[in-house]
Design a protein around this ligand. Structure first.
Ligand code: FEO
Length: 390
């Protein structure tokens, strides 16, 4: 728990127990489920927390409020990492009015069957709730990350309660200093993995809030952003418009016996010799897939290097490309290294998987290896490195 200002307190919890978020994203450094309490003539709580932490969160509320009762619980997002403690909250504070939109109320009922027990305030996009000094404006943010998501702008404190937007994996202490680049390491993995498909909707949200005077962003995961906000908003703008963020080449490979890996190593050396400064290599059988996916989106160029397997792609490469395509992969320069001992099919399969992606520029020089590098495929690697370095 920590104060955002004299009236607003983060009463959220830190999850260092879970190994995976949403059952798929590694969270070696944990994750925060933020929840905020705003003390005013009428007290408001923004969001609950994952149900593994319900008692800790309720204790936080008790310790802040003592015997006072909250007037409102605002629900920004029904995904269980935030709504998991609604039922227990209502048991303890049955008089609290639940404030959210009609889609959320339908989902609350799906998850918790509480419809008859709660006092509802159904809000529409742009509606205002005044609690005394504070004036909260609700802004719908459909598909950032679920269809019912909304965010809140507090006109009094100039805080944007942004739900999942601007969230990140990791645990931050309120005194932690960090740069936007340090934040982006994990925030990009979070954003691109979880919301990446919905760039159009994120762009629409950024447009909606662009006229607000925002001094702090309080998301549901990670730190309060309270300085250099332009840098964070710029990163969100780049990610959600699928523009190139960084120069450099990502090489994602799958190799069964090390021969494709040798080709990747040769490409790495050749790119360096030609002056390419940033090269990120991911062995798809061993890396954190979500990190490889995030960097595939962030960097300008990517090389897929794969063996042929069951007349198609090695499963990890198939999974990786599928993860990219399902998140609207676009605007890239792409090279391909394929390997096949009797009927190379990797390149054909990669091209077919990427068919629906927009604005992909494929290199003129690609590489076909028959089992192991030979003179011809070595030369092809050098040509590919030359083309990628320009
Ligand atoms: Fe943090 Fe979409 O839940």
């Amino acid at each position: 728990m920590f104060n955002i200002n004299e009236n607003i307190i983060n009463i959220g919890v830190k999850d260092l127990k879970s190994d995976l978020f949403e059952g798929q994203y590694t969270i070696k450094n944990g994750i925060m489920y933020n929840s905020y309490i705003v003390l005013d003539e009428e007290t408001t709580i923004f969001d609950t927390v994952d149900n593994k932490f319900t008692q800790e969160w309720l204790n936080n509320i008790r310790s802040v409020l003592q015997n006072k009762k909250p007037s409102y619980l605002v629900i920004h997002h029904i995904e269980p990492d935030h709504s998991g403690s609604i039922a227990d909250f209502i048991k303890e504070y049955p008089q609290t009015k639940i404030v959210t939109n009609s889609k959320s109320f339908a989902m609350i009922n799906q998850f918790f069957k509480l419809d008859n027990e709660i006092e509802k305030i159904i809000v529409k996009d742009g509606d205002i709730l005044s609690t005394g000094k504070h004036i909260f404006k609700f802004i719908f943010a459909p598909m950032v990350h679920w269809p019912e998501v909304m965010i809140t702008y507090d006109e009094t404190s100039k805080i944007l309660f942004s739900a999942d937007a601007f969230g990140t994996f990791g645990i931050y202490d309120e005194k932690d200093g960090f740069t936007s680049e340090e934040w982006a390491q994990e925030a990009s993995r979070y954003y691109i993995g979880i919301v990446g498909k919905y760039g159009v909707q994120v762009q629409s949200l950024l447009k909606k809030v662009s006229g607000f005077n925002v001094e702090k962003i309080c998301s549901l995961h990670g730190p309060v952003l309270n300085r250099d906000l332009g840098e964070y908003i710029n990163l969100y703008n780049i990610w959600s418009s699928y523009e190139k963020e960084k120069d450099g080449v990502v090489i994602a490979y799958s190799s069964a016996y090390g021969n494709t890996k040798k080709a990747v190593e040769l490409l790495d050396i050749s790119l360096k010799e030609k002056g390419v400064k940033t090269i990120l290599i991911y062995d798809l059988a061993r890396c954190d897939l979500s990190k490889a996916v995030a960097d595939a989106f962030r960097y300008e160029k990517i090389v897929f290097a794969s063996i042929t397997y069951n007349a198609g792609l090695f499963p990890m490469m198939h999974n990786f490309i599928n993860a990219l395509v399902s998140r609207n992969f676009q605007n890239k320069d792409i090279g391909i290294i394929e390997n096949g001992s009797w009927a190379p099919m990797a390149k054909k399969t990669i091209l077919s998987m990427l068919e629906k992606c927009k604005n992909l520029n494929f290199t003129q020089n690609n590489v076909t290896i028959n089992s192991a590098l030979d003179e011809k495929s070595t030369q092809e690697i050098l040509f590919l490195a030359d083309e990628l370095s320009k």
